[in-house]
Design a protein around this ligand. Structure first.
Ligand code: GDP
Length: 439
C-alpha cells in the first residue's frame, strides 16, 4: 500500500496530462508487474513449491535455509523445511499450514511477479479471498500422487472451489503445476489423466483453454521449476515443454489502469503521525489512476475534500473531484454459487466483502441463472439458487447506520477490475463470489 498524505498538501506541480506522460515513460522502463495467487488443496505442495522456487532463484540464502531446516526438524516437521520459508508465524509453523498471505516478489526475464501465497486450509478462505482480489493470474498446485489428486479434486477437496473462486473474481489465466510426480515415477499416464480431468473442469468453469497451461513438476526436488537440463530421463522421455518459470515469464500482462480515474480504497488511517497535530495519513492501494502531491481529493461517501479527520471507516475511496466514483446502495452482480448447504432465496441476508471492507447486505432479487461457461441466460427470475450455479442477482446494502441514503462506492467490473469484485458470505461460509455489473 502507498502512503498518501491528504492534509495541507502543497500545490500540485504537474498538469494531469504531463503527469500521465511522465508515468507512462517510467512504466515503459520497467518490466510488467503481475500479481499471482497460489491456490490448491491443502498439502498439494504450494508452500514447498514457492519456497523452492524462491531459493533456486537466489531469493533465499543458504544460511537462512539451513537455519530453517534445523528449526523445522526440531519441531518435528522436517518435511516442511521448504515451506518454512514462507510460513511466517509461530502459529503457522506449529500447525504446519500457511495462514496468511505471504507476499514475495520474484523476477523472471520479462516479468516482475508478486506472489500472493494463498493458504489451503478451509478455515482460511477469507485470507485467500483478499489474495484473490488482487490477482491477475492463478497458479494451481495439484498433488499427483495416488489417490491424492482425487481427494483434492472431488467432493470436499478445495481444488474446484479455489478455481471457481478466482474465476468468479475475474481471473481467467491459470498455470497448473502437476506436483509430486516423483511419487508416481514420472508416469506420463498419470500426468495426462490429471490434465484431462482438470481441462474438462476448467473449460466448464469458464477458463479459456488458450490461457490455461500445465507443467509437470516436483517441488521438493526442484524438478522442472527453472532449468530443464536436470530433468530425470523418465520425464524427458515424454516432456520437452517449458519449465514453470518459462510459463511465468510468458504470462499475459494486465491492462494498465493509469488512464482510468483515480481510485484509492482506504484501508488504514493514521492520526497525528505526520509531525503536526492535525496531520493525517491514510493507506490504500491505488487501484487505478495516478495521484501527485498537492492534489485535492474527495473522499466518498461523504462531502469531504480536504478535512480528512472525518474518515473513520475503512472502505472509503479517494478520487479526484472531477471524476467521482459512483455511489450506490443497490446494484446487480454476476456471481458463482459455491458448495452451499442451503439454497439461496430472495431476501437472503449476507455479508459482502468488497475491496478492503465488508458490509451487511441482502440479496434482494434473483434475476437469472446463467450458463457457467458462456454467461448466457438459462432461466429468468429463478425462485432459488442452488449450489454450483452461476447467476445474476440484485444486491442491496443494508443500512446499519440508521441514516437514510446509505451507499457505498461501487464500480462495474468491466470499468475497474479491482473495485468490481465481490465475495458473499453467510454464517462464516463463503457462498458466492463474482463481479459487479451495474451500479
Ligand atoms: P501446502 O499445504 O500446499 O502448502 O503443502 P506443503 O508445501 O506444506 O507440502 C505438503 C507436503 O508435501 C510436505 O510434507 C512436503 O514436503 C510434501 N511435498 C511437497 N512437494 C512435494 C514433491 O514434489 N514431492 C514429494 N515427494 N513431496 C512433496
Amino acid at each position: 500500500p502507498k502512503l498518501v498524505t491528504v492534509d495541507e498538501l502543497p500545490k500540485a506541480s504537474f498538469a494531469r496530462e504531463a503527469l500521465l506522460q511522465l508515468a507512462r515513460l517510467e512504466i515503459q522502463e520497467q518490466k510488467p508487474r503481475i500479481n499471482l495467487v497460489v491456490i490448491g488443496h491443502v498439502d498439494a505442495g504450494k508452500s514447498t513449491l514457492m519456497g523452492r522456487l524462491l531459493y533456486d532463484l537466489g531469493k533465499i540464502d543458504e544460511k537462512t535455509r539451513l537455519n530453517t531446516v534445523r528449526a523445522s526438524e526440531k519441531s518435528g516437521k522436517g518435511s516442511f523445511s521448504w515451506a518454512w520459508e514462507l510460513d511466517g508465524t509461530v502459529e503457522e509453523r506449529q500447525r504446519g499450514i500457511t495462514m496468511d498471505i505471504a507476499l514475495q516478489d520474484l523476477s523472471t526475464t520479462h516479468r516482475n511477479i508478486t506472489i500472493l501465497d494463498a493458504p489451503g486450509h478451509r478455515d482460511f478462505i477469507p485470507n485467500m479471498i483478499s489474495g484473490a482480489f488482487q490477482a491477475d493470474c492463478a497458479l494451481l498446485v495439484v498433488d499427483s500422487s495416488t489417490g491424492e489428486f482425487e481427494a483434492g479434486f472431488d467432493k470436499g477437496g478445495q481444488t474446484k472451489e479455489h478455481l471457481l473462486l478466482v474465476r468468479s473474481l475475474g481471473v481467467s489465466q491459470v498455470i497448473v503445476a502437476v506436483n509430486k510426480l516423483d511419487l508416481v515415477d514420472w508416469k506420463v499416464d498419470r500426468y495426462e489423466k490429471i490434465v484431462s480431468d482438470l481441462r474438462g473442469f476448467l473449460t466448464q468453469a469458464g477458463f479459456p483453454s488458450s490461457r490455461t497451461n500445465f507443467v509437470p513438476v516436483s517441488a521438493i526436488g526442484g524438478t522442472n521449476l527453472i532449468a530443464t537440463s536436470n530433468n530425470p530421463l523418465s520425464l524427458r522421455d515424454w516432456y520437452n515443454g517449458p519449465s514453470l518459470i518459462d510459463l511465468l515469464d510468458q504470462l499475459e500482462t494486465p491492462p494498465r489502469s493509469l488512464e482510468l480515474p483515480l481510485r484509492i480504497p482506504i484501508s488504514n488511517v493514521f492520526k497525528g503521525q505526520m509531525g503536526s497535530a492535525s496531520g493525517l495519513a491514510v493507506t490504500g492501494r491505488v487501484c487505478s489512476g495516478i495521484v501527485q502531491v498537492g492534489e485535492r481529493l474527495r473522499i466518498l461517501p461523504g462531502n469531504e475534500t480536504t478535512t480528512v479527520r472525518s474518515i473513520e471507516q475503512e472502505g472509503s475511496v479517494l478520487c479526484l473531484p472531477s471524476e467521482l466514483v459512483p455511489l450506490a446502495s443497490k446494484f446487480s452482480a454476476q456471481v458463482i454459487i459455491f458448495d452451499i448447504s442451503l439454497p439461496i432465496t430472495p431476501g437472503a441476508p449476507v455479508e459482502m466483502f468488497y475491496h478492503s471492507r465488508d458490509v451487511p447486505a441482502t440479496i434482494t432479487r434473483l434475476l437469472a441463472t446463467l450458463d457457467r461457461g458462456s454467461s448466457t441466460i438459462v432461466k429468468n427470475n429463478p425462485r432459488v439458487l442452488l449450489k454450483h450455479t452461476s447467476a445474476k442477482v440484485e444486491i442491496a446494502i443494508r443500512n446499519t447506520l440508521g441514516s437514510s441514503g446509505f451507499s457505498i462506492p461501487v464500480e462495474p467490473f468491466r470499468v475497474n477490475k479491482e473495485l468490481g469484485r465481490l465475495v458473499l458470505r453467510r454464517g462464516g461460509e463463503t457462498i458466492a463470489a463474482g463481479m459487479i455489473l451495474l451500479a
